[in-house]
Design a protein around this ligand. Structure first.
Ligand code: COA
Length: 415
């Protein structure tokens, strides 16, 4: 018998949950105009509360989404967020109880994968979440960058809702696409773009293939199809370099259909006058920005950190959905304390995965499998770090050959 219980929240409780969550991050309650945006991000059946003595003491929720896995399949995915327990109730098992309820509910509803962004790395491994993608943060000294090449298409600024509409259309075409990328839910755009755009002067620039001469607010390309966009904002500083407050352009979101569009979008931001520094957060590990520059040292990688924490809710469905390279089979033994129906042996071959009774050649917890699932880390590295057991010493190398990917997984969506 615990001193708290977990319930699915209804419409009348969402604002209390939102305020509670914000309080755990040391923020005050959202004013009415902000709540109007946040309200849209609560979906029926997806928000949970923990209650004690008639009061809400903890909450978590998820957004409905889809996630791409190696080979291109797209799986039902829950984006878990707004996790918080009131400070006077922490370390009494409230989060563990909410996790148990949420993992069970998500799996029962048919989500195959859940992901989240972790405030602290110590929290989520115990619930079966492992780091499955990483991102880079870049800082570019624009005045030293000296791009080696010039744009070949046209990049134009598109104001207001027209810019958001084009960006959304392009994003929905491109993500989920690469392994790790996800579908954004409608409220993602209103919370992260529309609300912020008004308050913080966010601009959207759209790229099209052929050069043209459209004005700055045109919603359609002068010629050629739109094939990429960048959302950015400029934080004005001082023009005096001695003051140490450079005018900084922050790249918030950049998606392109192909390499040509990608390069043009970077060349566009690199060409904006009176900007001393460009910073970009949440970028993929393989983005070759330095190679665009005359002085590659003008671009520094200032961070490389965990992005997606991934939970395999339905291990057989997730293993069956991705593709594998041609290599010798391996039998994985999976442990899962929170969703025990996932535990067991899985024979992975180039042609697919079957559940078997064979003795495992490689034994690992479900959070460790999550880290290897999209190809971000090799089984050999995990074995070296003693995160898995390999009763058959050749098994990690065979698993590596099967799970190998040519492009590092990446999400590119913060929530
Ligand atoms: C993180 C948070 C939700 C944890 O809630 P909680 O109810 O205290 O968690 P539990 O009591 O269920 O903890 C379960 C286990 O996780 C550990 N744990 C929980 N939060 C931890 C943290 N921040 N750092 C290290 N360990 C943590 C507990 O010590 C406990 O370990 P044990 O099982 O070995 O005893 C809560 O501390 C909180 O609201 N923090 C501020 C907001 C926040 O960071 N939210 C996460 C946003 S992604």
């Amino acid at each position: 018998m615990t001193d708290h219980d977990i319930r699915v929240l209804d419409d009348s409780q969402y604002r209390t949950a939102h305020t509670l969550f914000r309080g755990t991050l040391h923020h005050t309650a959202a004013p009415d105009d902000q709540w109007a945006f946040a309200r849209e991000s609560y979906d029926e059946g997806r928000a949970f509360g923990a209650f004690a003595d008639g009061e809400m003491i903890g909450t978590l929720q998820s957004f409905p989404s889809r996630l791409a896995v190696p080979g291109g399949a797209v799986l039902p995915h829950a984006a878990v967020s707004r996790v918080g327990v009131r400070a006077d109730w922490t370390r009494r098992g409230v989060l563990s109880a909410m996790q148990r309820a949420q993992l069970r509910a998500l799996r029962s509803a048919g989500d195959v994968i859940a992901t989240l962004r972790a405030s602290e790395t110590a929290i989520y491994g115990r619930y079966g979440y492992g780091v499955a993608t990483r991102y880079r943060a870049l800082r570019i000294d624009r005045l030293k960058a000296a791009p080696r090449t010039r744009p070949v298409g046209r990049v134009r600024l598109v104001e207001g809702e027209a810019g958001e509409r084009i960006a959304r259309g392009l994003f929905d075409e491109l993500s989920p696409g690469r392994a790790g990328t996800i579908a954004r839910w409608p409220a993602w755009w209103s919370l992260n773009v529309r609300r912020v755009a008004a308050e913080e002067n966010v601009k959207i620039a759209v790229r099209s293939a052929a050069s043209g001469t459209s004005g700055t607010s045109g919603a359609s390309a002068a010629s050629g199809e739109d094939d990429g966009y960048v959302a950015f904002k400029v934080v004005p500083g001082s023009h005096d370099p001695n003051e140490g407050k450079p005018t900084t352009l922050m790249v918030l979101d950049l998606w392109a259909r192909d390499a040509e569009a990608w390069a043009d979008l970077w060349l566009f931001v690199l060409g904006i006058d009176l900007v001393a520094e460009i910073s970009a957060f949440g970028r993929p590990l393989d983005e070759p920005v330095q190679w665009l520059l005359g002085d590659r040292r003008a671009c520094r990688i200032v961070d490389e950190a965990d992005e997606t924490w991934l939970r395999l809710l339905d291990v057989p469905a997730a293993l069956a959905a991705r593709t594998y390279r041609q290599a010798e089979p391996v039998v994985l033994g999976v442990r899962d304390a929170y969703l025990p129906e996932n535990a067991g042996s899985y024979r992975v071959t180039a042609d697919g995965v079957t559940r078997v009774d064979d003795a495992p050649e490689l034994v690992l917890d479900v959070d460790v499998l999550a880290s290897a699932y999209l190809g971000d880390v090799s089984f050999t590295s995990l074995a070296a770090a003693r995160r898995l057991d390999a009763p058959t010493p050749t098994a990690p190398a065979r698993a590596d050959a099967l799970f190998a990917v040519s492009t590092p997984p990446w999400s590119g969506t913060y929530f």
